[in-house]
Design a protein around this ligand. Structure first.
Ligand SMILES: [Fe+2]
Ligand SMILES: [Fe+2]
Length: 327
């Protein structure tokens, strides 16, 4: 007996998208749907231009959310990645919408990267994305806080990677760095820091109980696997490899894989070590709940010598000076 479900019985899923992600006078190669009375209705067929009139009509009818079917997800993702720089610099698009579009795009892209990490085109897409991330976050703290507000508190490797990239860029900016190329190379390494986890099974990554010593030994290989995957594509700058290899190093030689001191770690790695731990503590894991921002930072401060103290102070300032008093 066939276990295949007939195609017409598979419920199509729909992805909500921001109307602001659609550029006026571009031809969309995916269908657009709207929700009417709980039902998804085809609103506009693929290959028609999205005009000002189309948008005004939707706004007049108070339709603010559009949908794309999951079958067209790839086409929509490609469209949005091609237009991301224009959306993020468009004065007509409200700031919080820009943050939402950037976050959703980054998350979907990172999912593709982790599913297919050796595909060079995925690494090229990551590089273009980080260029957009850097120019968006460098606009100022408001941009960073908008991103922070919408970022996911559920832990998945792809959301975690996006959060770590955002935090790393914001932290180096907080430290006063203005060298965009230097910030960009950090951003790439931060986004891809856990790419080696793509070689570890979901069963181990999402295990509810503590890892066995064999599983932990396997887990500890992901920094080196990350380097192997990235050298295979040979598409990123040498300095971006540091945070991939060294983000689990801790001062006092307490980390892995090489048991380095803080001085032996590259600045990128000292930054990513902080924001990586912070994101892991403040997001919900399958085996533990999330800790609030300042209690998490307090724990990190208490681990004297494991993290770069100057960077950690700067990070705490970035997260909100009002909370610093509680540490
Ligand atoms: Fe990691
Ligand atoms: Fe990580």
């Amino acid at each position: 007996m066939s276990l295949l479900i007939p195609r017409n019985q598979i419920a199509t899923q729909y992805l909500p998208i921001y109307m602001e992600s659609l550029r006026i006078d571009t031809v969309l190669n995916f269908d657009l749907y709207i929700k009417i009375g709980g039902e998804m209705v085809l609103y506009r067929s693929a290959d028609l231009p999205f005009t000002e009139r189309t948008r005004d009509k939707l706004v007049a009818n108070k339709v603010l959310r559009l949908h794309v079917s999951s079958i067209s997800r790839g086409k929509y993702q490609k469209y949005i990645e091609q237009n991301l720089d224009k959306i993020l610099t468009d004065q007509q698009v409200p700031e919080e919408k820009k943050a939402g579009i950037l976050y959703d795009t980054s998350r979907a892209l990172m999912k593709d990267v982790l599913e297919n990490p050796t595909y060079g085109e995925n690494i090229q897409r990551s590089k273009r994305l980080v260029e957009n991330q850097v120019s968006y976050i460098l606009k100022g703290q408001e941009a960073f806080h908008n991103l922070l507000r919408i970022s996911s508190f559920d832990y998945y490797t792809y959301t975690h990677s996006v959060n770590v990239c955002t935090f790393a860029i914001a932290l180096i900016q907080q430290m006063g760095c203005k060298d965009e190329q230097y910030i960009y190379n950090l951003g790439i390494g931060a986004l891809l820091h856990d790419i080696g986890k793509s070689k570890i099974s979901e069963r181990i990554l999402n295990k509810r109980t503590s890892l066995s010593s064999m599983e932990f030994e396997l887990m500890k290989k992901h920094p080196k696997w990350g380097i192997e995957l990235l050298t295979g594509t040979d598409l990123i700058e040498a300095s971006s490899y540091y945070p991939v290899l060294q983000h689990h190093e801790r001062g006092l030689k307490r980390g892995y894989p090489n048991g380095l001191t803080l001085d032996e770690m590259h600045e990128y790695s000292r930054i990513v070590a902080i924001v990586d731990t912070f994101d892991a503590m403040t997001t919900k894991r399958v085996y533990q709940g999330a800790i609030e921002t300042f209690p998490a930072l307090k724990v990190m401060f208490s681990l004297k010598g494991e993290y770069d103290c100057e960077l950690l102070k700067s990070f705490a300032e970035l997260m909100g000076p009002e909370g610093l008093a509680s540490i």
